[in-house]
Each structure stands twice: as structure tokens, then as C-alpha cells.
Design a protein around this ligand. Sequence first.
Ligand SMILES: [Zn+2]
Length: 294
Amino acid sequence: MPDLIVSASAPQAGIAIAAAITTDLVAEIRSRHDLSPLVTAAVGRLTTGAALLGVALKGSERITLQMSGDGPVGSIAADAWLLEPDVLGARGYAANPHADLPLNAKGKFDVAGVIGAGSLQVTKSHDVGQPYVGVVPFYSGEVAEDIASYLINSEQIPSVVALGVLANPNGVRAAGGVLAQVLPGADERAIAALEERALAMPPVTKLIDEGADAHALLQALAGPIELRAHRTLEIRFSCTCTREKVEAALLSMGADELRSLADERSESEASCEFCKKRYVFTADELRQLAQRIA
Ligand SMILES: [Zn+2]
């Protein structure tokens, strides 16, 4: 079962819904970054949130979520963009991939503890014009509620967000989530419908664990509400790094630093922080870069 995201609207009820299964995506991020199970849960939730918000992307638009807290993981980030008209690319990152804490009082991953106190920044880049940036303080640090807090405080959109990652030391058993938002122009009844469905829906982690696909998640949230299908996108791990971007990072080290690196070894490696792809530079290539600065 490939990772999939589906979206639908319920014009009668005044809400829009999206549901995603992101198991393969989160497993890929975990293995590339060697994330601890707790950080897998944190980054997995955030990347699933980026995919859910990304279901409405068009063209070269891009959405980036960054949670910067004072907990052991440091900051975590995720972004999503369209690779093809019906394929969503996504990636995730953690400053301290091995951060770990005991389970919380409820016996669950202490995602709020590992992220700490801080703020969520959401950046939406469009085809033209300046990107839109919204920043909100964490609501709980559990990710889903923080995204909902962003939507109501920055975009005035009442929403329900539920994200789930089942991770263990051997990998990722399942991951996914749902997002329901009040449609523009909808009235109070839409908010009531949203709240009613949020209360009626079983925990998303339970549904995913029982093998629900994206359509089943969508239906579990919608319940009896009639849906009009919108979009179905495949989700794929991807990265937008290039050798040119890595060169730009190397240039920022300065000419002296590059020359001394070139003197020390015949080959140097730089890796992309998002996908861990390695870029090799020979001593001569580093000296040529240093010349560009001078
Ligand atoms: Zn990369």
C-alpha cells in the first residue's frame, strides 16, 4: 500500500477534509537520519502535518513547518511540494536525531518533552511574490494541536488535526493523520459539525494500527457527512538539494577555511541535512571555490 493523501469537501456541512497515510515516508526519514523512536514520532507527525497542509498546493508552491523548541531534539522541520501534478514530495529533519526521553505519564512518546517550549513557524512559498510566514507559540508541543493553533491564530481557520506515528526501535509500523478545516464563508454550524466529528472519531493511531488506508481515515472523520472527492496524491520522500546549493554552503565558510581543508585532505565530503546525500569535493575543487570568493 503506497503512501497516499486524499482530500474531499462537504459543502453542505461547510468543511474540507484531508487524510494521509505516510508510513513509507516516515520510515525513509527515520532510516536516512537514524532517528530515535521518539524523534521519529516528532518528525513523523510534523512531516505528516506538512503533507496534509500540502494537499492544496499548486504549481511550484511549497509549505514548510519548523518547530523550534528548547527541548533535547532542538529544532525539527518538514516541508512538502508537488513533484508532479499528482505526486507530493516531502522531507523531514531533526537537529538532534538521537534525542530520547522516557515515555510520558500516559505511557506515550514524550513528543512535547523532546521538543520543549518554543514556536511553530509556517512558511508558504508561492509561484510569485513574497512567501507568507506565520509564527505561533506552541499550544502543547504535541505537533497536531500546534498546527491547529497555527490555523486558527494565523489564518483564522477553525480545524481539527490528528497525527499518529507508531514507531519502535526496529522501524515505523504505521504513520498518518487527518485534517478537517472549516471552509471559507461557512457559518457556526460548520464549526459545530467539525467538533462533533472530532469527538466521534476513534484515535487516528488506533485506526492506522488496524490497517486503515487514507480513504478509511477520511471516512472515519467524515462519518455520516456526505463528501465530494477532490484530490488523490501519492506521497514520496524527496529532496531539493543540488551540488550548487552545497557549494553555496561551502562558500559561506570563507576562502581560508576552504584552502586549509584542501591542504588537509585530497577529498572532502559535505552532506545535505535533509536527505543525507553525500557530495564529494576534491582538493582542487575546493581551491577553485576559494578562488571564487577572492
Ligand atoms: Zn538533500
